[in-house]
Design a protein around this ligand. Sequence first.
Ligand code: GTP
Ligand code: MG
Length: 231
Amino acid sequence: MNNISVVIPALNEEEPIAGVVGECFATNIPSEIIVIDNGSTDRTAELAREAGARVASEPRHGYGRACLAGIRALKPECEIVVFLDGDGSDRPEFMNQLVDPIAAGTYDFVIGSRTRGQRETGSMNFQQIFAGRLAGWLMSILYGVHYTDMCPFRAIRRDALDKLSMKEETYGWNLEMQMKAARSGLRILEIPVNHRRRAGGVSKVSGTLRGTFVAGARIIATFARIASNKL
Ligand SMILES: Nc1nc2c(ncn2[C@@H]2O[C@H](COP(=O)(O)OP(=O)(O)OP(=O)(O)O)[C@@H](O)[C@H]2O)c(=O)[nH]1
Ligand SMILES: [Mg+2]
């Protein structure tokens, strides 16, 4: 069995975090689960640790910063990295479908698509669905790949991830990985994954006007940066 690590960025997710960690362990897939406590002011870190996760901390807010801290915290033996959100909206029971094609040596990067899966009512808003489709369409023109979402739930070979030299510190992180994976010729597979509403706690991105605008701006800036071939 490959050595698989799960990285979960979490900012003030004390309600859902233990359930997320528990569901990931229940798959019997990961050999470690790292929760990045991204400056939480609640009991996220404590509850993640109690649920069996290793907790790394990144005190400065930023989705990408948390993911970068997660990569730094990976154990050396890790061969495949799985990312998912800490709010209980991603479905760990799909993890085998993400990691199996990589473990089999057929693909390097396997990403979920929530727009192709079954979505609980209200789990994604129009802007998120539209942004994912639009970004996918633009990337198909640029790189000839077929993405239909910027889903946070994804798996990638660790050595391939290291070579992407990820930089984005905020919400452009997911898009940056997809663009760099396509640009560098990784073998990419997208699979439908189901999605549900967050399992408690408060929305920071899509559920608030400010979050939506900040995320939208970061995503556009990321697209421009990578499309113009900058690192
Ligand atoms: N917004 C934000 N989220 C972070 C940060 N660091 C980690 N996260 C985590 O990133 C994930 C995505 O944030 P959410 O608030 O769920 O954003 P969303 O999925 O657009 O919104 P929901 O509709 O509430 O699910 C969650 O697990 C957060 O805890 C950060 O600095 N900012
Ligand atoms: Mg969410």
